[in-house]
Design a protein around this ligand. Sequence first.
Ligand code: FES
Length: 335
Amino acid sequence: MAATNIEVWQSATVIETVSVADGILRIVLEPTLPKRAEPGSHIDLKVSINGEETKRSYSVVESSQDGTRLVISVMRAPLSRGGSIFMHQLLVGQRLEITQPLQNFPLRVGAQHYLLLAGGIGITAIANMAAVLKRLKADYTLVYVGRSREAMAYLDELSELHGDRLQVHVDAEGTSLKVPELVGRADEQTELYMCGPIRLMDAVRRNWVERELDLPNLRYETFGNSGWYDPEEFIVRVPKLDLEVRVPQGRSMLEALEDAGAEMMFDCRKGECGLCEVRVIELSGTIDHRDVFYSERQQRLSTKMNCCVSRAVTSATGSRADAEAGPAIITIEPN
Ligand code: FES
């Protein structure tokens, strides 16, 4: 399916909100310029955080045929920068500014076998794909991974719809996913679509490469907000602009630099396009690369970073081994 990414903004009314798992809210929207959402699409949406308007992206979990109803689901992030809190406070009847559905995770119809992998809230990007593959009578398996059943949205609905094609792995029940086994089921005719935490996606990517499977058959969507380490406050220095900025836990480096008046380049704000890249001149600490733009080698080198999602942490373990050490400090040259 062709990717369409022309942003058409419109208003939409919230017509339903309902809790579908621990901390996850299902929100049904009725847009004024309806357009059906193809599987893998998302909408951008304006949220207000501390009186300031900013943009967030949410996968479309379901769409009516005519696009008059779009469903998204939002997890209340424990370290929310404000967006998920705003979304969880929405009331029925409230109006929002949203885009028509945008697509950068298209489902290619016609593969012989499909593996769909969803980790946690990543199910929001995968559920619609699974529904379409079922309608098309395709050969697919939906693998859904979570910490506990209570935290996994739509489990009952998915089980009813997909029956044996759904495989559930729950950490709390000791049935965690074994990535090599999953990837071992793929062959040259298999396409794997995944969305979930970066560690899970990275493990799949590594196994995929080890098995020398075609990389174009491995497709993923990222939320650009999960990293290898818990986010910490750190300091960014920009000698060229004579700036020293504190990046709090709940704010991205890009946002903190913008707040300080730096003119930054960016596009996706999700670690996908590389436009917000900055050059790292000096570093006390470690870079927690959270993008999917760089290769493993580039991330290891750490001479550049995508500042919309990637952060600095104090130590290679991510834990503050030495409480006296103070925050990580990174000196950069902007794009
Ligand atoms: S804005 Fe696209 S990677 Fe940062």
